[in-house]
Ligand binder design. Structure first.
Ligand SMILES: Cc1cc2nc3c(=O)[nH]c(=O)nc-3n(C[C@H](O)[C@H](O)[C@H](O)COP(=O)(O)OP(=O)(O)OC[C@H]3O[C@@H](n4cnc5c(N)ncnc54)[C@H](O)[C@@H]3O)c2cc1C
Length: 366
């Protein structure tokens, strides 16, 4: 797919079938290497060429298809599914902003010609009173200079792009959202693989040393209003990781029913329980994905509740799969132990389980 691809030239009809073929054919044989730290750049680009990053940002956005593509990949590998989410989040930010300057970058992100991500964990925690903003912006001629550091930004190479938020306020917070480039002056990145899972996510620590962010790269100044528009899509797309994890955990439980069913039937958690949860979650997700730009609080509460329930069910299902698989899952090549390590990421990536619970406790009911 050439870098000049426009959004409406991306494949649409066959996207989900093509993603399923890439997941089963190219991704499945490589999941252990990815778990060990190998970033699947070729697969990320193939998914882009198949249209996996274009469904939610085209002329007729189809967020449900984007989420289903993430779910399909998550059935095999949460590292790759998370990288898809990062890429899709960056595309979502640009598509949801009014700026015309970033149309070229939008097409390159949608096609996978440019790979990128999002450094929004810190601001998302800041907006809900959990931590302080790590990036500080100062107004200069034609843009801002930005200082500070982000501990982790995934799916970025040395030439990657990612969404950032920096505070420009003096007396009161005044956050501004923009796109930054790893390769630009004043930005330094270092790869970080020191995780129990998710090694293949090309996760980098990023430092800003008076990096110049021109006005053309600004998405929302200030962020008010725009944040409310992007946050449901941001959270809903993460549900794909949970759906894929639940599906694969059910499959792992079913896989050993023949040899171990006579004893596994005494376990408290059975696949039927997770099949019922999955059916309910998929229906709610399909409904919520129809109106991602709904900025009402009751809608956002439903989004947050689904993300919380999905993450908790994913961790529970992966735990149950481990017990059903027994020693088969406990060996270093076992799928169940890798899936269990990956499942915890769904519970700790922002918004983490604890943040989702805080949000539900504090968001108004109406
Ligand atoms: C593999 C991976 C990929 C990630 N990718 C991204 C990304 O692409 N973009 C993004 O914005 N965020 C990313 N994150 C961050 C992630 O979204 C969460 O913010 C993070 O996991 C912590 O979330 P939490 O709410 O559980 O916070 P907590 O872990 O409860 O608290 C976070 C705070 O703890 C502190 N802290 C963190 N690590 C340590 C440590 N080792 N020792 C002491 N203190 C520490 C930090 O100051 C941080 O402010 C990634 C994290 C991981 C593990």
């Amino acid at each position: 797919m050439p870098a000049t691809a426009t959004l409406d030239r991306l494949p649409t009809e066959t996207m989900l079938d093509d993603v399923a073929a890439i997941a089963a054919g190219q991704l499945a044989p490589r999941v252990r290497d990815i778990d060990g730290g190998a970033y699947p750049e070729d697969i990320m680009r193939a998914l882009g060429a198949a249209g996996a990053y274009g469904a939610h940002v085209g002329p007729e956005p189809r967020l449900a298809d984007t989420i289903e593509a993430i779910s399909t990949v998550a059935e095999h590998c949460i590292s790759t599914a998370f990288c898809m989410w990062c890429q899709n989040a960056l595309g979502w930010y640009i598509a949801s902003s009014d700026t015309p300057h970033l149309a070229g970058l939008a097409g390159q992100v949608a096609s996978g010609a440019v790979l990128g991500g999002t450094g929004l964990s810190n601001p998302m925690k800041t907006f809900f009173g959990i931590e302080k903003m790590r990036l500080r912006g100062t107004r200069v001629d034609g843009g801002y200079t930005v200082k500070g550091a982000l501990p982790w930004v995934s799916n970025v190479g040395e030439d990657g792009y990612f969404g950032i938020v920096f505070d420009t306020g003096t007396d009161a917070p005044r956050p501004v959202m923009a796109v930054a480039a790893c390769a630009q002056d004043g930005v330094k990145t270092v790869l970080d693989h020191a995780f129990v899972a998710m090694g293949g996510t090309a996760t980098r620590a990023v430092q800003f040393r008076d990096a110049f962010i021109p006005d053309e790269m600004v998405l929302a100044d200030p962020i008010d209003g725009y944040l409310q528009r992007i946050r449901p899509g941001f959270v809903l797309m993460q549900c794909g990781m949970a759906i894929g994890m639940i599906r694969s955990s059910i499959a792992l439980m079913r896989q050993v029913q023949g040899p171990l069913g006579h004893v596994n039937k005494y376990l408290e958690e059975q696949p039927e329980e997770f099949e019922a949860i999955l059916t309910r979650a998929e229906a709610e997700l399909a409904d919520l994905a129809r109106t991602p730009y709904d900025t009402s609080i009751p809608y956002f509460r439903r989004v947050v509740s689904l993300r919380l329930a999905g993450g908790e069910a994913a961790m529970k299902a992966a735990h149950a799969a481990m017990l059903h698989q027994g020693a088969r899952g406990y060996v270093s090549s076992g799928a169940a132990q890798r899936r269990l390590r990956e499942a915890y990421f769904i519970g700790i990536v922002t918004p983490a389980t604890k943040q989702l619970r805080k949000m539900l406790a504090e968001l108004p009911q109406t």
